[in-house]
Design a protein around this ligand. Sequence first.
Ligand SMILES: Nc1ncnc2c1ncn2[C@@H]1O[C@H](COP(=O)(O)OP(=O)(O)O)[C@@H](O)[C@H]1O
Ligand SMILES: N[C@@H](CC(=O)OP(=O)(O)O)C(=O)O
Length: 531
Amino acid sequence: MIQSSSTISLSSLNGNHGWVIQKFGGTSVGKFPEKIVDDVVSLYNSSNKIAVVCSARSSNTKSEGTTSRLILSADRALEGGNYKEIIDLVKEDHVNNATLRIKDPEIKAQLIKETLEICDQTATLLHAATVVEEISYKTLDTIISAGERLSCLFVAALMNDRGIPAKFIDLSFIIAPVKASAMDAASGSSAKASLDQEFYDSLAGSLAEAVNKEIPEDSNVVPVLTGYFGVVPGGLLNNIGRGYTDLCAALVAVGLDADELQIWKEVDGIFTADPRKVTNARLLPTVTPDEAAELTYYGSEVIHPFTMEQVIRAKIPIIIKNVENPLGKGTIIYPDNIGRKGEATPPHPPLASALLSASMLNKKKAPTAVTVKHDIVVINVHSNKKTLSHGFLAKIFAILDKYRLVVDLISTSEVHVSMALYNCEDGFHPDLRRAMKELSSMGTVDLVKNFAIVSLVGKEMRHLIGIAGAMFECLAKEKINIEMISQGANEINISCVVNESDSLKALQAIHRDLLDEVEVHSRVAQLKLEN
Ligand SMILES: Nc1ncnc2c1ncn2[C@@H]1O[C@H](COP(=O)(O)OP(=O)(O)O)[C@@H](O)[C@H]1O
Ligand SMILES: N[C@@H](CC(=O)OP(=O)(O)O)C(=O)O
């Protein structure tokens, strides 16, 4: 295979031939597994040692994928419903996939046998849950682990089938179980659970050990690691959430002291806006970890936010690339003020900017991207106290905390609080209803749905006076009503809540006025003249 310089990993360009970690999402495994093997893994494994980390298979969208099905099966088991039909769907999907895609009869038979075993073990676990009428976070995590085990068994089999020697490595048991005390068990919590840096460092070490044990140093066998990495304190789903495979890949990269972490998706990288919604959206060559985290949190699911801290601490760059376009340059996520492994720290920003031409400066001082988070509800609480009550906010947060509700945006006065929260249910999530009931003891409470959060993100926005005004002026011009406004404490995000029905118009108008290249130059020059 011919390699253009843009396709070779950054590490091999630097003359290193160390580990490169490649993470593949569930929809890529579902839709293009042959491309993963033939076009991506084979492109890199002549120049680097490759470790592959995969998520559970989704044949269409993530919400219909294996992890979502397994979570549904657990819900069904708890309600005493028919969990078996869900497991049968998972079984059928994986057996059909193996039958269709694996050519070698021996590899195929072994894969189908192991697939059936995992599905049967999961059904047994679900049956046990129906008997005890309870599913602990550990049980739920073990149920969802089936997704990554099934998917990685398949990917390893496909690689072997297509001539790339590969070995399946199950990371489900990498973490020693945290023994819950009788008191923890009674309160349903795991008080000693702590996902601190010490935990992550030791986990990264264990992940590297698992790889080194299975793959000898001079071997060309590609380890295929389950993106599920065991029962973390407090639960993987509970404490890290969906998208945990990115974090797994990051910790593998840290443990193996990799030269880079590649996150393979179905888009060319990170764009100035969702390219499906904004035709002029531009691919960004680089973004900082803070920008990537804000974009993910506010609707552009680029990378799990916990991933960045771990790899950047180890000075490992992250590259987002497209499985369908492996020759593309992708987007590099790395801070602009920290040197990469083996490199000196780059010049301090003022010195760096002094070297840039005036036109480049104009280009730099613009927002980076605009994003929309859908399925937002707004809760308004109006205190019934006639005088200032210092416990008002504390009480509200205690109630939200009790129901594990996360507030995306908040605006407050002494007696009034408006909060925007994510709610993906058709109606309202039961915990949201319960919280509303408790909040109503404090005053008048109303809950309104069908909103979206529109966020403008960019590290340069800290120094761009007038940018908030420009964003809101743009929305006013489009006659879009703004329900709430907030500027993130980190100053790289300005967000507002608008009606869901206006969200696409808002996204496109903000991109046109503040991110389209031609518009940005004149708009930013105008902001400078005004100040
Ligand atoms: N700013 C953005 N840049 C790139 N993709 C974005 C952006 N905002 C939203 N998206 C959407 O995020 C999705 C992420 O890519 P995809 O590979 O499908 O996700 P996953 O790997 O999680 O299954 C794409 O469908 C893309 O349209
Ligand atoms: N399968 C898991 C973990 C994951 O990371 O998925 P993905 O890489 O497809 O976003 C989930 O759906 O949450």
